[in-house]
Design a protein around this ligand. Sequence first.
Ligand code: SF4
Length: 472
Amino acid sequence: MMSRLRSAMRQSKRGGVEVIESAKTTRKRTKTAVKEEETTASPSSYHTFTDPAAVVLLRSELLTWYDREQRELPWRTLAVTEPDLNIRTYAVWVSEIMLQQTQVATVIDYYNKWMKRWPTVQDLSAATLEEVNQMWAGLGYYSRGRRLHEGAQKVVTELKGQMPLTVDSLLKELPGVGRYTAAAVGSIALGQVTGAVDGNVIRGLCRLRAIGADSTSPAVTEALWDLANTLVDPDRPGDFNQAMMELGARVCTPKGAVCSQCPVQSHCHSYRKVQQNSKKLLGKLGGKTSSLPDIEECVISGTCRLCPSEPWDNALGVHNFPRKPAKKAPRVERTLTCVVIRRGDEGEDEYLLKQRPDKGLLAGLWEFPSLLLEEESSEMKQKRALCAVISRMLGTSVTETLLQHIGDIVKLYDSVESQKEQTSKNGKKQNATGVKNNKKPLPSKKAKLGAESSGGRQLSLSCFFKAVKEES
Ligand code: SF4
């Protein structure tokens, strides 16, 4: 069913296809160009596909496998059944943004809810950022949702409601859309003939062509895009790119490649290397390591910018590739967080929240007021600095004596709840907040954490301040 739909849609999409061909620039060999050429020199034929017949065969084998094995996913269904070009482009754009950094299985539910609530770019444009953040809650990397929202508003206000319809314009016009996303949307929704290189494709291509240099380096990145543009099927670019991704997700996986089920096994240098080494081992020639590439096939041996700098490890097999530089140790940050709580008009708890900046980590989200801790700073100094932050927000003086240490903030909610339970049992007054509140008891009603949407209970700072003054 999906294949037939896809075939029908392919015909209609091809009507408006703009064929993207990678520009082949010719350069005169000037002195100033020599250095540039050293870094952009063509890779050895060992790392490329030079035989057109092999390319045609690989496309055919991969697409046959994909037609048989592909998972039915809501965005794939929309990409082949949605006749409206604008909606189809929007639908694929949403899916690609959601799939950045998030597993397919997690995205499905979010995607279905999202498309039900905002089926067109106009619908999304009319939503508030709070609504978008609520819908995104749990997906992580919230800036993605914000950029989708920003992009939708831009399409509606600046592009007359028309989604960009070329890879270049997708890249140029939509915030958060990079080279890969533009290529994926362009090929899947619009049938544009361009390769698309994501993490799964990097892995597959590195193994297919035994590319063992740092896969994040500019030289390898460019080589992989060239490979993807060479391989992409001109008649089914979107399907081909999705097939490459599907291969990486289900067969050529990071740690458990299932080469025995791989449709492109006969084209794979890494697989062949494993087979050759097995034969050598059987012939008692083995040792733990041997070198890659097969030198006789890599014409620039020793200087090849795509060959691995480290020897092949037989124990890893095809998982020798791709290679990444060692990860930097994660940056550790500690924050001093203050929970300011008061009783609302109806006796419920109200918390002082502030909105994070528009850019950076968790952009635009709400949080308790906090201060980044400096290792060298004394505890008293840090408390004073936090009090200054709170005082600025409330417009009233808050001193360190009002602060009550409660420990790890992540455990706050549980701690407050258990204390309240105890309070209601004992009938005694308890207070477990970050700021002492000696005037009014906390209500036993269940606390509400987090900002609520406009029209809900989230208060402005001035409103909160007013109430604080009245209480004091
Ligand atoms: S043969 Fe193995 S390593 Fe090569 S592309 Fe297929 S799954 Fe990946």
